[in-house]
Design a binder for this molecule. Structure first.
Ligand SMILES: Cc1ncc(COP(=O)(O)O)c(C=O)c1O
Length: 364
């Protein structure tokens, strides 16, 4: 009997592997999704609660007030900003608008999973460029570009590796791309980066017609549940994305909370400082246990476990899970020997260290 058939590209998608944390709680420590170590700003939570009074109303069709708040906060132009239901939606919109059957979408081999998913969904072919030292390799990315390439996605810093491409290399990547290829710089973790050779993408967007920077409220702003992301780009590209953006795609409570979160600079600064202290401390402590930790510029690290021993990545993941500590396996990113851990509170990370030590010391 005839049955509806999904498009070929869709059938090629490997579904996004999310956290195994139970939505209803029950775990002691959830460090599986690179969420903020702290909760959202109290100002954001209050703004969200106040929005309850107006639930029967549609939100702004284009998140205008949030775009204006973002423009003021980051020194940008509101008409060159688009908001999405998470930055995931913006990644999808970019693929939908700029790639299709017969096209290629380039990303780095251990890059964020949504890029190949978005490419397949529109019938385009994702092309993974090899990395060097678990870092996006500009020459390899450029080498993967050909006349079929429409988009190059770079997460900077990258999830799950935590590594980044410095401003000079990013500019070199852009300079090597043909003008008809769109460079998307996904700076979801930009606010955590303290390295001075880093540029989230604003300068490249300002000075070129083929660069878009995406950002999110899911990480340092701790509003992952509300699904708010945004992008800054040339007005023409933002206009194109706007044509296919579902109207009302950011809810009114989410808009209100995001604006309030932007305004609470102390809260954001506290989260940044916390990460600055705990990320290097935790990384050093894990190294002192004899494990390899990939240097990270974001709010998470990947830790390598020896695949030749019973203390391998799967065993580590399961052991921690059994202790109520939910981390993330990253085999789907081509990193089967690594486990990703987000930076939680200092108490949480102290408990994680103790559990890791127990795991390594126990007799199998
Ligand atoms: C690199 C990167 N980009 C985008 C996202 C998606 O974020 P959002 O919650 O805004 O959809 C994530 C989330 O983990 C990410 O790691």
């Amino acid at each position: 009997m005839a049955r509806p058939q999904a498009k070929e590209g869709v059938l090629r998608v490997t579904p996004y592997a999310g956290s195994e944390a139970k939505a209803e709680g029950g775990q002691l420590i959830n460090i599986s999704s690179n969420e903020s170590a702290f909760g959202a700003s109290a100002r954001a939570a209050n703004a969200y609660a106040e929005a309850v009074a107006n639930l029967r109303r549609y939100p702004e069709i284009d998140a205008r007030s949030l775009r204006q708040a973002l423009a003021a906060h980051y020194g940008l132009e509101a008409e060159r900003i688009i908001c999405g239901t998470g930055s995931d939606q913006i990644i999808d919109l970019i693929a939908l608008a700029y790639a299709g059957v017969g096209d290629e979408v380039v990303y780095s081999a251990h890059g964020f999973q949504m890029y190949p998913i978005a490419a397949h969904a529109v019938g385009a072919m994702p092309v993974a460029a090899p990395e060097t030292d678990l870092t996006a390799d500009v020459d390899a990315l450029l080498g993967a570009v050909n006349e079929r390439t429409r988009i190059v996605f770079v997460a900077n810093p990258n999830n799950p590796t935590g590594t980044l491409v410095d401003a000079a290399d990013l500019a070199r990547l852009h300079a090597g791309l043909p003008g008809n290829v769109l460079l998307v710089i996904d700076a979801a973790y930009a606010e955590y980066v303290t390295r001075t050779d880093y540029e989230p993408g604003v300068e490249l967007v300002r000075t070129h017609d083929n660069v878009v920077m995406t950002r999110t409220f899911s990480k340092i702003y701790a509003l992952a549940a509300l699904r708010v992301g945004w992008a800054y780009g040339p007005q023409e590209i933002i206009g194109i994305l706007d044509r296919i953006r579902p109207p009302f795609n950011v809810s009114a409570p989410a808009i209100a909370a995001a604006i309030a979160a932007l305004g609470d600079r102390d809260h954001t600064e506290r989260a940044r400082r916390h990460n600055d202290e705990v990320l290097p401390w935790f990384s050093d402590q894990v190294r002192a246990l004899g494990l390899e930790v990939n240097p990270s510029a974001a709010n998470f690290v990947i830790v390598r476990f020896d695949p030749e021993t019973p203390k391998n990545a799967e065993a580590a993941y399961q052991y921690l899970f059994g202790k109520g500590i939910v981390t993330r396996r990253v085999g789907g990113y081509g990193l089967p020997d690594w486990v990703r851990l987000s930076i939680g509170t200092r108490e949480e990370m102290t408990a994680v260290l103790a559990a890791l030590k127990e795991f390594l010391e126990k007799n199998d």
